[in-house]
Design a protein around this ligand. Structure first.
Ligand code: NAD
Ligand code: ZN
Length: 383
């Protein structure tokens, strides 16, 4: 089969790989119909993620058709069209039984904090991902769901990560009616977080980025106010000015470890790996909320030290929530929001790229060229 493979930082290509096989009775093999590239894949592409091995296939956002099932699989049959959450999880450990699917204790022998993630390095379990013609889906009775008949394929694809994560980011903000919410990052996750914030009662939503074409999308897709941080002397002062000098009630970090905005921090984290991530966006979030406010972190950070202003967060009495999104937990609510027309996730997709050109897709998405917001990977002429 053809699969995207990692060859080292900034180097990927499509290669022939052996077809995945059933390795456990509860595995399924899925023929991929649509996949996506996530901002998280860029951390791998940039060589930021420990133990990303040459030959690894990325891709944790995909939908497809069940091609084969192991003997113990009960919930899926060959031919079913499924959407697969990015988390790989057992569904029955202490954490899974409390809905903490992204913190499953059973699937990842290489780390204790995070569970399994498709195509996300050996740190996240070493499972090959869905930017390939076929993918092995472990715990097939647990993660995947059959795509509802009424659901658009691209909407289903967005539910496998970016939309669920954005919605989760808004949930972690504990938004109450009338709150002012500031979202750092106008990538897909930030855009979905901004749109979701309204659904949770926000009274004002402000999106911060430095890419004008993405801020434009924040205005049209998420109906948010926008601030280009590159055009202000000090984004935190700007935020204070626009919130009666108190600060926002809630800040959502949808940027993560490779944040721009401070050259020294960016270089020390992204280039020299002296920190587990550039703390700029998270520090801006901490500084931009009022005392007693909430910071929600869905932007990804490594396990190592980052110069985060924890003392300020403590002394301001902030509540900080963060996690990898437990994707499937969000689906019942998201399905009804999509069905009712409150969310149209496919409107964030800007590019459709055949698997054979996926290297161009990574390059464009990494360099933010051609107005790219969310690239979708297509297979053999499919949608
Ligand atoms: P993306 O790269 O498309 O978007 C990131 C955006 O942040 C870009 O538009 C960039 O210009 C902007 N940005 C950079 N520095 C900034 C700053 N200092 N302030 C404000 N904006 C800034 O990525 P994405 O797909 O939207 O993902 C966003 C983050 O969410 C990534 O870190 C990704 O790894 C993470 N993520 C986490 C989960 C989870 O489960 N927690 C799931 C998916 C993605
Ligand atoms: Zn992702």
């Amino acid at each position: 089969m053809k699969a995207m493979t990692y060859r080292g930082p900034y180097k990927i290509r499509v290669e022939d790989k052996p077809m995945p096989t059933i390795e456990h009775p509860n595995d399924a093999i899925v023929r991929v119909q649509l996949a996506a590239i996530c901002g998280s894949d860029l951390h791998l592409y940039h060589g930021m993620m420990p133990d990303t091995r040459v030959g690894h296939t990325f891709g944790h956002e995909f939908i497809g058709v069940v091609e084969q099932v192991g003997p113990s699989v009960q919930n899926l049959s060959v031919g079913d069209r499924v959407m697969v959450p990015f988390n790989i999880y057992c569904g029955s450990c202490w954490f899974c039984s409390r809905g903490l699917f992204s913190n499953c204790h059973n699937v990842n022998p290489n780390a204790t904090a995070v569970g399994g993630i498709y195509g996300y390095s050996h740190t996240c379990g070493g499972f090959d991902g869905g930017q390939a013609e076929y993918v092995r889906v472990p715990f097939a009775d647990v993660g995947p769901s059959i795509i509802p008949d009424w659901m658009d394929d691209t909407d289903a694809l967005m539910c496998t990560d970016a939309l669920s994560t954005g919605y989760f980011g808004a949930q972690l903000g504990d938004i109450v009616e009338g709150d002012t919410v500031v979202v750092f990052g106008a990538g897909p996750v930030g855009l979905y977080a901004a749109a979701s914030s309204w659904l949770m009662g926000a009274g004002r939503v402000i999106v911060v980025d430095h890419l004008d074409f993405r801020l434009e999308k924040a205005r049209t897709f998420a109906h948010a106010e926008t601030i280009n941080f590159a055009e202000c002397d000090d984004i935190v002062v700007q935020m204070k000015k626009t919130t009666d000098f108190l600060g926002a009630d809630v800040a959502i970090d949808a940027v993560g470890a490779e944040a721009d905005g401070n050259l020294i921090q960016h270089v020390s984290a992204a280039k020299f790996k002296l920190q587990g991530g550039s703390p700029i966006a998270l520090n801006w979030a901490i500084d931009s909320v009022r005392k007693g406010g909430t910071v929600s972190v869905v932007g990804a950070y490594g396990p190592m030290f980052s110069a985060i202003k924890y003392g300020d967060a403590l002394n301001k009495g902030l509540t900080i929530h963060g996690n990898q999104a437990p994707v499937k937990r969000q689906w019942p609510r998201l399905f009804s929001h999509i069905q009712n027309g409150h969310l149209t996730p496919r409107d964030v997709v800007t590019h459709r790229i055949p698997l054979e050109h996926i290297a161009d897709g990574y390059h464009m998405f990494s360099a933010k060229l051609d107005g790219i917001i969310k690239p979708v990977i297509t297979f053999g002429g499919a949608a």
